[in-house]
Design a protein around this ligand. Sequence first.
Ligand code: ADP
Ligand code: ZN
Ligand code: ZN
Length: 747
Amino acid sequence: MSIASVIINKSARALDRFFDYLIPKELEGKIQIGTTVSVPFGKGNQMTEAYVVGFPTSSQVENLKEISDILDETPLFDEKQLALIEFMKRRYFSTYLAALKTVVPYGLGLSAKKVSDKILKGSTLAISNAEAFDALETARDKAPVQARIIELLMQNDFLANTDIQMLLGCTVASIKSLEKKGIIESVDIEIFRNPVDYNKIKKTKPLPPTKAQQTAIQKITDSLDVFRVFLLHGVTGSGKTEVFLQCIDTVLEQGKNAIVLVPEISLTPQMIQRFAGRFGRQIAVLHSHLSFGERNDEYKRIKSGEARVVIGVRSAVFAPIHNLGLIVVDEEHENSYKSQNSPAYHAREIAAVRAKQHNVPLVLASATPSVESYYKALSGKYELITLKNRANSKAMLPNVSVVDMRLELMNGNRSLFSRQLIDEIQTNLNENHQTILFLNRRGFSTFISCRSCGYVVKCPRCNIAMTYHKNKDFLTCHYCGYTQRNVTVCPDCGSQYIKHFGTGTQKVEEELQTLFPDAKVLRMDMDTVSAKNSHQQILEQFEKEKVDILIGTQMVTKGLDFENVTLVGVLAADMMLNLDDYRANEKTFDLITQVCGRAGRGAHAGRAIIQSYAPDNSVLSLAQSQDYEAFYNEEILLRKSLVYPPYCDLLAVMFSSFNDAAATNCAKRMAERLKNSLQGKVPIEILGPSPCSFYKINNKYRKRILIKCKLNDTIINVLSNCVSEHYKTKESQFVNVSVENNPVHIL
Ligand code: ADP
Ligand code: ZN
Ligand code: ZN
């Protein structure tokens, strides 16, 4: 009898490998890659669902059991998808099953219920995936239904509660009890279903391209049948979207189909309308606020070939599209392309794998490309295409000024607002123009800086702002663990105005109301944005009621397009410049570019004011003049001298436990083991263990080791082995270990 290898459909680390089974005579010829079968598994030979992944000629195991039955003859995945699953497992250190469920989303059999509510009640995991494995083990015997819920949520960022109930045949009580235990969290999301009314959409024609656009279109469409990565670098408004639209036209003419990825935040009705205007009902929209059923309906349209242009967020990179002809990743530098779930994949990397499998081009587009991508473009791995000017020659970039907050302090102004910003806000109030004020997202760790001279306490080894730990009053570098006592006098200028930095949007709102009692102010942050008071509603209110001032976090930076906004203020650029992250400069440059892009989009010219205690910082002046190349040239030198990506890959190995010492010891031992097995063989540097900046979450202590290396098979094997060895020990019952490749936030 021939043999089939399968993946068992049960989330457990110990089962993370292929299992071999014999194919009985009566099933021979009916089983292929991706077939869902049922197999006797474990001690009691319980019938268990499994997926066929290969046909080895022999097996290490004697006395193989037989496959019992075929559960679904239609393959769940094909060979290309299987290759992707194997790629993801290795590259992102996940289990096979987690990779499989990401590539082939669960619940394909369901179709959309007609839901009329505007709010979708649902759940997400409240704990990390590594912790979820433990919760799952605990629940498996005592509360099998709860275990299944955990399992489902490990495989999906978000699920509607009605979907969970329907899939598992359970009641809402099971969901609630997991919520009480703090394992899952309830989230209500607003539904923006069917954003397109196709009957009302006016068909648009391609705009006659500018010369630069023409060159870009030509280059891309000339290589539609080879794998090549293009980096389309164009200033905001340079007509990048028009370039994709016209390339896709050609793709469709050739009988092929396309995927366009956009960040969650820019999947706005305006964006969708633009695609619908060009391609009509041929588009499918995949965003993360879809229920299972709705997603399946779109999948069906894609599979049947009715939908030929998929526009969607991160996970749309897996869209089951036939005859792929082109993949576009818009705003390729955006963090939202990196999944926070396991496997923590990067959609840009998956897009490259798929484009290569199908032998088609991949277009990465951005006004502020990631340093990694630009590096690849300059070194010839990607082909660089540049759009230097705005497509509409009348649209002007705003006038940007940087204000020195140290001078404000010297002149006795201790408020959050510089006099210049106050004056400009007053001017806008007088002229009935609107203002947007931006403050970096709350919750980031605090750093120590001098208000007199702008000095920031940084790690001497890593050049990362040290994190202030309030309870023990010390500073630590959470990259390498370097620790020192807190400072009370500025080492640079002797001033006592040195303290931790951090202010919230609420405080800004209060001060603003004192300064301008008659102004109408709206605040948009994690506190004010909820299902009831959605993102979209706040923006609508801002626009319709001509609210004077909108204060917000990251949410206000992208995609907003209001004619009447003529002033943008960045309250504390330092909070971005001193993120405890090696990408702080890159993020600052991107953010300022985007923020400034919000002002002056209409008839009136715009102004942007950036407040900082380090106004001479070159990143700020380069952002001010919107000189990406100069920024890149400076940043890449820094990355090289300190060995950060693209000169290495960063792996974070996380240890978490209720017992601080246990986490530390486990981390130390693993660091030793890695050093012993890898040093000398591959270039590698192991930093830590050090406390994470969110050191204690949910009563668990979190330690991390950081590995700088060029990721290769040796390292992947050694590290995966270390982790799976750990899970064979008793210690694993109270210390969790997980690995993340190039994490977005090193927190
Ligand atoms: P980007 O994607 O680079 O931000 P868009 O494609 O959104 O740029 O274009 C910015 C603006 O310029 C849009 O209003 C668009 O309609 C307009 N535009 C783009 N290409 C052309 C063109 N060839 N001729 C005239 N207007 C154009
Ligand atoms: Zn100082
Ligand atoms: Zn350090």
